[in-house]
Design a protein around this ligand. Structure first.
Ligand code: TRH
Length: 397
């Protein structure tokens, strides 16, 4: 862990929830870590407290301002709000190019020491990211410069979000079978089910889930599939022949399927750590699966004109998990070839799991070497600050 910043350092994150839970999931993880590990005074501005509550049950969905885990959470609902320069933080992060209130930007320009202003971008394995990470973007009218900050998979990017004690906590948990069963038992998982291939399933509605469930059901090896409530609801309901609510379960053939409640973020990590294979999606669960150091299949967030297929291929190439993972991942994301389906591709993926487990460990080790987003971001903020005398005078982290 880097040295804590001076206690006076303040940081604001502006988060607009575009869809689902990834936007707030990433911002909340980042906010907590800046506060807990770096001693930064963090304010998280978020426009959708109801989505936030789903991953963090302490959130009160009607509170204009609240303190959680050392972070000030403010409901961002008024784009026309006015601010004074004293209300502006030393470091201002706008998440995924959300438009922060013009009144806040005007106050940033009036502040005697300008804040370090960063646009935090989405994670991609594409090569162009290295060229754009940390690029400046001067404001067209005001004496302010915004910089792009890209998370990423190489040392020339901002790295991945990761808490300092994460790897150790994961290793301890994965070495302790009793702890894993104690974690899964409240979801109805019985001791004998622990010997099955344990799979967590989090994906978008377009994934061919019904096909995959059929392949598992008809397979020779027992599979335990744990699916959060609200995910793949139609395919899960069809398999269960009952409403796919938390607690519902059914065994058919080799497959036992259990519906889990949507759990708080730290428990979602434990779920990933406890499983042998994780299906993840979007950005944050995808990164958490990488830190779980277990095989995973990624369902990427869809973009217009199949742009996401390019991003998916870039990651598969960088990850280098082999032909079985590549073929299955492309199929899972609607980019499969010809007559391929889950029944034809699952056996090869299943056979590749031991090799993929080794690959996942090596990948985690390689990613650890690039530092973590929060430390890298604070170090960059200190550089910006020292180069531009009108900036806040933030000390290196
Ligand atoms: O929910 P996502 O699909 O989120 C996003 C958004 O769609 C967003 O607009 C887009 O920019 C981004 O994807 C790429 O998937 P993601 O990113 O994995 O976020 C899910 C969050 O929910 C993550 O923080 C983990 C958390 N989670 C829990 O806390 N408990 C759970 O039970 C589950 C299943 C997830």
């Amino acid at each position: 862990m880097s040295q804590p910043l001076p206690p006076a350092t303040t940081l604001a994150i502006f988060c607009k929830v575009v869809d689902n839970y990834g936007d707030i999931g990433i911002c909340w993880r980042m906010a907590r870590q800046f506060a807990a590990e770096h001693g930064v005074d963090v304010t998280l501005w978020v426009d959708d407290l109801a989505s936030f509550q789903r991953i963090c049950p302490q959130v009160r969905s009607t509170a204009p301002s609240q303190q959680i885990a050392g972070v000030t959470v403010r409901h961002w609902h008024d784009q026309a709000a006015q601010f004074t320069p004293a209300e502006v933080a030393d470091i201002v992060i706008e998440f995924f190019a959300c438009d922060i209130p013009p009144g806040y930007v005007a106050a940033m320009a009036q502040r005697a020491q300008r804040p370090v202003w960063l646009n935090y971008e989405g994670l991609s394995a594409e090569e162009w990211v290295e060229g754009c990470h940390t690029l400046p973007s001067p404001h067209p009218r005001l004496p302010l410069t915004k910089h792009f900050f890209f998370p990423g998979f190489t040392e020339r990017t901002g790295g991945l979000l990761r808490e300092t004690d994460l790897a150790q906590a994961r290793q301890q948990f994965q070495a302790d079978r009793a702890a894993q069963h104690a974690f899964l038992a409240p979801f109805g998982v019985r001791a004998e089910e622990m010997a099955a291939l344990k799979v967590s399933l989090f994906c978008y509605p377009s994934a061919p889930v019904a096909d995959l469930l059929a392949a598992w059901q008809g397979g020779a090896a027992p599979v335990l599939c744990l699916v959060p409530e609200g995910v793949a609801t139609q395919a899960v309901a069809d398999f269960l022949e009952q409403a796919p609510v938390a607690g519902a379960s059914r065994t058919r053939g080799a497959l036992t399927l259990r519906v889990l409640p949507f759990v708080p973020q730290p428990d979602y990590d434990r779920l990933l750590w406890a499983c042998d294979l994780n299906f993840v999606r979007g950005e944050d669960s995808w990164v958490r699966a990488q830190w779980a150091a277990r095989p995973f299949v990624w369902h990427i967030y869809e973009q217009d004109e199949n742009l996401h297929h390019k991003k998916l291929r870039a990651f598969l190439q960088r990850f280098a998990g082999g032909a079985a993972l590549d073929a299955f991942s492309l199929l899972w994301n609607g980019a499969g070839q010809g007559a391929q389906d889950c029944a034809s591709l699952w056996p090869a993926l299943q056979a590749a799991l031991p090799a993929l487990a080794v690959r996942a460990q090596a990948w985690e080790t390689a990613q650890l070497a690039h530092g973590d987003v929060c430390s890298n971001l604070l170090a960059f903020a200190a550089v910006v600050s020292s180069v531009n005398p009108e900036n806040s005078g933030i000390m290196p982290g």
